[in-house]
Design a protein around this ligand. Structure first.
Ligand SMILES: Cc1cc2nc3c(=O)[nH]c(=O)nc-3n(C[C@H](O)[C@H](O)[C@H](O)COP(=O)(O)OP(=O)(O)OC[C@H]3O[C@@H](n4cnc5c(N)ncnc54)[C@H](O)[C@@H]3O)c2cc1C
Length: 418
């Protein structure tokens, strides 16, 4: 039997669920296909969703949140053995920790409640095209075919949809990071005791000048502590070894001491430029499938959810106009490029080039340290873009600007005095 929908969405992560929810709310027939037995089953726990996520999607404040984060702590271990520490606290949370498996299920349920049909245990293997080259649906590993006037590829970093349609190839090694993650069970009281500072709940981020191409994060949830390290595939030390080394640092070790290791996982994060093209005849890409993760911090939840919504809005306009050609759908790429997603990707890409090619790998950890502390202190969208937040932070921290060098200052429009 031919199953015909208006929109076939592949992947029930944030990008796919938000795309499906948005289109279903507008009255379109949507199917959301997910390879996992349940949405979220293929994801790892212990992520931090920034306040901006809740700015865009206020209904998410009702979701299964773990802990509000009201303090950011940043540690920079320098080559000379010294340690620089910075912390910011405030009463309004910077964000919330969540368990992605549970969280993704809850968000996909919102898509189903809006009217999207959710089909799990369904691994999409290729995009079906008509004679004119338009995407007209997808085929699964069981040979099932799902037809739609439009396909939205929200199937994550290894997107089969993007590759089988020919929108992009494999990411090059410098454009993809491997994140290695561990989760420890400690119990609610121990986690509270170890992560509460002056009444605030802390998230810890650690950098090391000896291993400059990544950083370590330590996030508390109610009973668990998640920590991880991400580094690009071309980095000199595999992230698994970096994680071991980070676990020897007192600040990290003390926070998980005595805990039971209950999860160890490795996943890819796209950190290079986005896909050269995120639309085609009858097709759109959203989230990690399109490479929308911030190239510097590796956070991608907000961009995935936001781009899923944008993709669905353009898809619905195309269906209403009876035109799903690449020409019409190019409006999607114009919109995300003009949005904060485009601004931050453009800035991140240019900073990466500047730091890696011109200033050298040694300054990456210093830059990441400055960048993340800047974003934590000043916030970003909707108040400030990443570029503005970093410029403001460097104006206040002349020493860091000196370490980074004049070219970074010039790029950001910040005066550099040696
Ligand atoms: C270890 C780690 C920690 C992270 N921490 C943070 C954080 O703290 N904060 C943050 O903002 N971001 C974080 N990120 C990034 C964030 O997880 C991603 O950017 C975000 O999940 C991307 O959403 P997405 O919907 O595009 O893709 P995904 O979340 O990957 O969802 C894709 C979905 O598609 C399904 N799928 C894949 N292939 C197929 C197929 N062929 N057929 C059917 N279904 C398919 C998958 O099972 C999955 O459910 C982290 C990433 C990693 C790896």
């Amino acid at each position: 039997m031919r199953r015909i929908y208006d929109i076939v969405v592949v992947g029930a992560g944030p990008a796919g669920s938000l795309a499906a929810k948005t289109a279903a709310e507008k009255g379109f027939r949507v199917i959301l296909l997910e390879r996992g037995r349940r949405p979220g089953d293929k994801n790892v726990g212990g992520e931090l969703l920034t306040q901006d996520v809740f700015h865009h999607f206020s209904w998410m404040a009702e979701g299964p949140l773990e802990r509000p984060i009201t303090r950011w702590s940043f540690h920079l271990h320098r080559e000379d053995g010294s340690l620089v520490e910075l912390a910011f606290s405030r009463s309004k949370p910077f964000g919330y920790t969540v368990h992605r498996p549970e969280w993704d299920r809850w968000v996909s349920k919102a898509a189903a409640e809006a009217g999207a049909q959710l089909k799990t245990s369904t691994l999409v293997e290729r995009v079906l095209k008509n004679e004119g080259g338009y995407a007209i649906g997808v085929e699964t590993s069981k040979g099932e075919k799902f037809y739609g006037s439009l396909v939205i590829g929200a199937d994550g970093v290894n997107s089969v949809v993007a590759r089988s349609f020919g929108l992009r190839g494999k990411w090059p090694p410098e454009a993809v990071a491997l994140a290695v993650k561990q989760t420890y069970r400690l119990g609610e009281n121990l986690v509270s005791g170890r992560f509460t500072r002056g009444g605030c709940v802390e998230a810890l981020v650690v950098f090391d000048d000896h291993y400059p191409s990544g950083y370590c994060w330590v996030f508390p949830s109610k009973r668990l502590v998640a920590l991880g390290v991400g580094a690009t595939l071309n980095s000199k030390e595999p992230p698994k070894l970096q994680l071991k080394r980070m676990l020897r640092l007192p600040a990290v070790r003390e926070r998980v001491k005595g805990g039971r290791l209950i999860e160890e996982a490795a996943r890819l994060i796209p950190v290079g430029p986005p896909a050269a093209k995120t639309f085609g005849d009858g097709i759109l890409l959203a989230g990690d499938a399109a490479g929308f993760t911030c190239p510097m911090e590796g956070a991608g939840y907000e961009a995935a959810a936001y781009s899923g919504k944008l993709a669905a809005e353009v898809a619905c306009e195309a269906l209403s106009a009876g035109d799903v050609s690449a020409g019409f759908l190019s409006a999607y790429e114009e919109r995300w490029r003009e949005s904060w997603i485009g601004l931050n990707l453009d800035f991140g890409g240019r900073m990466q080039n500047l730091i890696l090619r011109e200033l050298g790998i040694k300054r990456v950890s210093r830059f990441l340290y400055g960048f993340l502390t800047a974003v934590a202190k000043h916030g970003c969208y909707p108040s400030l873009s990443h570029k503005e937040a970093l410029a403001r932070f460097l104006r206040e921290n002349g020493e860091l600007l000196t370490l980074l060098g004049g070219k970074v200052g010039a790029f950001l429009g910040v005066e550099h005095s040696l």
